[in-house]
Design a binder for this molecule. Structure first.
Ligand SMILES: Cc1ncc(COP(=O)(O)O)c(C=O)c1O
Length: 450
């Protein structure tokens, strides 16, 4: 039956349509400016499309209309092919903690390079780095290195399945654990063929009900203490604590994916929450900016890989202990990202996020910045976010408009509004970033619907 829309909904519909037209017009103008400023990146993208699908070899690096090609980085700055300069607030999705030319990291890599690479044997760096990680993360009595966070999760899950003799893995809606462990909004058809059960993040009751139902067949619960790719949504202490209890009760291996979050305190989010998992996976910055992955845990789990034991699990990987990564990772964790530095950097991040949220509220615009310490994400809503289903679906052109506005203002951030702060950023960049945000809010705030 046709219903006559009320005057109120008519007016609000017209407002929404008008806002949409204005957002599209503003975006069109930003795209024109972007294309005028980046002709070489555009040509480079066209060439890349002939050899790689969509000109791309890492999905997250594509954005519309085409990404800038970055050719140089120094400190906290990067430059594109057209010599545009950006303050890097993306920090290689958290792997670039040390910035682009930290002298300690550079010297460690240079020394290792000069002493020869591809040595095909245990090397001195790996023991020091492994010991340092075990000291900082008491949940890890032993660790092993691999080449990426994805691989670390693959190995941790496999270790848990063998240990328990069970097949199912519990993960959470909104989670991202690597290219084949994607649960943000939908279950990717490219996911690894494990039997996943998907719980609701920060919903203790529902998650416990699921665990009760399937407990005899759940090998592991894999959880990010703060969902990173899902929008920097922190796990609540009570929720993560309940997972810990349920895992203990049912003999399930609790795995924290701290690939992103291990930088958020000297001992990661597990230290902040005061909750100890059975296994932890690492990646990103811990390799000093080079390819890195690591998984660790209690000795009875990890000793399954002890090659001296009959029937030990194999764990291969040509580059697991490559000297460049081991040397850079060790220099970074031992000489730069000391416990005191980790505390200070994340305090700075908390202050910065508070400043951004204050700027947003001064303009009365429905936006919020979520996160912990040095990792954060913009969202176009007032509604609090406790899980990905709380995320309001907004006009994707608005999200692109914000991204292009920040790029055109000289700030490199992820197209989805994620930022990760490197140690190389200075007060000057923080202040200028906040000013660029304020300009966006002034210019476009009235177009952002409630
Ligand atoms: C929480 C989390 N786990 C795992 C991964 C995968 O790490 P990698 O890209 O090194 O495979 C990522 C990468 O963004 C991540 O954020």
């Amino acid at each position: 039956m046709y219903t006559v829309p009320s005057l109120h909904s008519n007016a609000s519909m017209m407002n929404t349509q008008l806002a949409k037209i204005n957002i599209d017009t503003a975006l069109y103008s930003s795209i024109e400016q972007y294309c005028a400023a980046t002709p070489r990146s555009r040509a480079h993208f066209a060439r890349a499309c002939t050899a790689m699908p969509g000109g791309n070899t890492r999905t997250v690096l594509h954005y519309d209309p085409y990404p800038v090609t970055i050719v140089k980085g120094a400190g906290c700055m990067i430059w594109d092919l057209d010599d545009n300069q950006y303050a890097d607030f993306l920090g290689e999705y958290s792997a670039g903690l040390y910035g682009h030319s930290n002298p300690i990291i550079s010297a460690a890599i240079k020394k290792a390079l000069d002493e020869g690479i591809v040595l095909c044997a245990p090397n001195p760096y790996e023991v020091d780095l492994a010991s340092l990680i075990c000291d900082r993360f008491p949940s890890c009595e032993r660790i092993r290195f691999c080449n990426s966070g994805t691989e670390a999760n693959l190995m941790a899950i496999s270790a848990a399945r063998v240990l328990t003799g069970r097949s199912k893995i519990m993960v959470f809606d909104g989670a991202y654990h690597g290219g084949v462990f994607y649960f943000a909004g939908h279950h990717s058809p490219a996911n690894a063929p494990f039997e996943f059960i998907i719980g609701e993040f920060n919903d203790t009751q529902k998650s416990i009900d699921v665990i009760r139902k399937y407990h005899s067949n759940i090998a592991a619960i894999l959880v990010e203490p703060m969902q990173g790719g899902g929008g920097c949504i922190p796990g609540e202490t009570q929720f993560i604590g309940a997972l810990r209890e349920a895992a203990d009760k049912h003999g399930i291996v609790l795995i924290f994916d701290e690939v992103m979050t291990s930088r958020l305190s000297p001992g990661g989010m597990q230290q902040k929450l005061g909750i100890t998992p059975d296994m932890t996976t690492f990646g990103k910055y811990m390799g000093g900016g080079l390819t890195f992955g690591c998984f660790g845990g209690r000795s009875h789990i990890m000793d399954q890989f002890d090659p001296r034991q009959p029937g030990a699990l194999p764990h291969a990987g040509t580059f697991n202990n490559n000297v460049l990564t081991m040397a850079a990772g060790l220099a970074g964790l031992r000489d730069i990202y000391t416990p005191a530095k980790a505390i200070a950097h994340n305090r700075r991040g908390d202050e910065f996020r508070a400043q951004l949220n204050k700027t947003i509220s001064t303009h009365g615009v429905p936006m919020v910045v979520t996160g912990v310490g040095s990792l954060m994400c913009f969202h176009f809503q007032r509604k609090p976010l406790r899980r990905i289903s709380d995320k309001i679906i907004v006009d994707p052109n608005l999200v692109t408009l914000f991204h292009l506005h920040m790029l055109l203002s000289g700030f490199y951030i992820a197209d989805r509004g994620y930022i990760s702060l490197s140690l190389a950023l200075e007060d000057e960049q923080y202040i200028e970033f906040t000013t660029a945000l304020a300009t966006f809010l002034q210019r476009y705030g009235s177009l952002i619907a409630e």
